[in-house]
Write a protein that binds this ligand. Sequence first.
Ligand code: 0O2
Ligand code: 0O2
Length: 267
Amino acid sequence: MDGRDWKKFLLPYEQAVEELKVKFKTLRTELKSREEYSPIEFVTGRVKRISSVLEKAKRLSVPMEQIETGIEDIAGIRIMCQFVEDIDRLAEQIRLREDMSVVYVKDYILNKKPSGYRSYHIIVEYPVQTALGMKRVLAEIQLRTLAMNFWATIEHSLNYKYREKLPVEVLNRLSKAAEAAYLLDQEMSSIRVEIMEAQKLFEDKSNIIAKVLNGIQELYFFHRVREAAQFQIRFNELWDTDDVWHLKELLGEVEEAIARAKKGPSK
Ligand code: 0O2
Ligand code: 0O2
């Protein structure tokens, strides 16, 4: 092992992790307030321990002087999403960012690892402003769903505990659990589509309601008091029965009445 000062070596990586965590947490807050939905559920980050860096360098036969380019996940950011679809959206956002550049991706969602591991890894180059000037470091951004994270967290801790010598029986069951996590993601995605359709319907309904009520108001303005009162009674009935279809019909009639009121003399 060379005599490098590992603490100093890790400083830019620590800075990169801190900055990237803040940036993605801020992105989450911003998207939540702009769109009422964020593809980011939560963000974590870590700098690899020196012992793990050295182990990985040995395992991958990376010479000490090439550690900065040979080990890509010394700085690691993990972004958890609710749905698989969020991962595509987030990956696109990361590609478009100007404060980091994508070096390459490892798509373990399309090509899951033999262990059953699924996640979308993006290796980025990130410029850190240090006291000695700008330094570009590599960082690995892992994008995963909550289900993928649940599986990977437990599998990781089991592997750690049993030092990668898990009994075949346990490996088989982990593989089945990975399949269950995959099915859970699929099921959640299909529920998401249904929820989005229901939300659209709800939006349509609230739009119709607003238009009917504004229309009735307008009829009063044109002194069509009796007509307006009748529409109001019918609206109250439909509102009680939650009948969107007939609310749409009612809206059509209200709009016709307004058109007539605008043409003819007021009653
Ligand atoms: P909040 O208010 O809890 O959401 P740091 O910024 O250094 O303090 P760091 O290093 O990112 O925080 O902490 P850590 O332990 O890695 O966890 C990161 C964030 O992820 C923390 O929130 C945790 O609460 C959150 N977190 C961890 N596991 C889960 C989980 O299973 N579900 C959810 N929804 N959140 C989780 P923050 O950023 O401290 O803020
Ligand atoms: P940490 O910090 O403990 O998470 P490798 O998989 O390391 O032989 P490579 O190409 O470096 O080869 O893998 P990659 O794509 O960079 O992935 C490394 C990280 O992905 C790991 O970090 C894990 O976080 C995660 N990962 C990869 N495969 C698995 C797996 O089968 N199970 C789990 N639970 N996580 C996996 P480290 O190195 O484990 O460090």
